[in-house]
Write a protein that binds this ligand. Sequence first.
Ligand code: ADP
Length: 246
Amino acid sequence: MIHLENVSKVYSNGTEALKNIDLDIQNGEFVFIVGPSGAGKSTFLKLLMHEEKATFGKIIVNGYNLMKIKKRRVPYLRRTMGIVFQDFRLIEKMSVYDNIAFAMRVIGKPEKVIKKRVKQVIRLVGLEGKDKRRPNELSGGEQQRVSLARALINKPELIIADEPTGNIDPERSYDIMKMLSVISERGTTVVVVTHEHDLVNEFGGRVLWIEDGEIVSDKFIPTKYHSKEPYIDNTDNTDKTNTEVD
Ligand code: ADP
């Protein structure tokens, strides 16, 4: 769950990148973030990942109050999310298998457990038989699937995708978006920043339009992929989350 209350971000040079944002994103929602360059989209993602801290307001992500979180707890917050980048960010000298397994090894999971989970996510993203290849032996679309598998490996509550189709051809872009859509249907929250309006219209779901640091539109576009309005729970449960965290 993502909860922002009156959130503003002012960078040290005085730029007000986000202004008084109030927003709730429920578990399992599929949300597109769109808007012109410089609107504040990346800043919004950086706040969610706690790469930047809000200047004012309150942010709760997956039960962590990001205005109060202690430095030593940040890795635990990050484990609740998987990130997909436009430029894939795979480790070139590692095989597909090792790139995907890496985040499980880091947290000390046994190899047997890793093997089973890697096999599952490789199947989920359709990369069977390619696990021994290096990233430079794969197409852009395939590399993005590896990065999606890597994002999913630790069963995150939230997937954040920053222009995930920016470096791949249109047909493969569609495949990646479809996978993200399936992932959200299985209960993972998916937040995608994109400028690809055709894909947004095709896939629909909740679409937040950000302009000049403000959410100027928050709409639900029904499509064959997202036909049901998400359930929005307006009850204030922030106090509960507050007590569980730092
Ligand atoms: P978008 O992702 O929509 O293109 P950004 O979040 O990157 O927008 O930027 C929002 C505004 O904040 C822009 O005016 C940008 O120049 C400014 N900005 C972004 N990062 C920084 C930073 N580290 N320091 C100062 N200003 C920044």
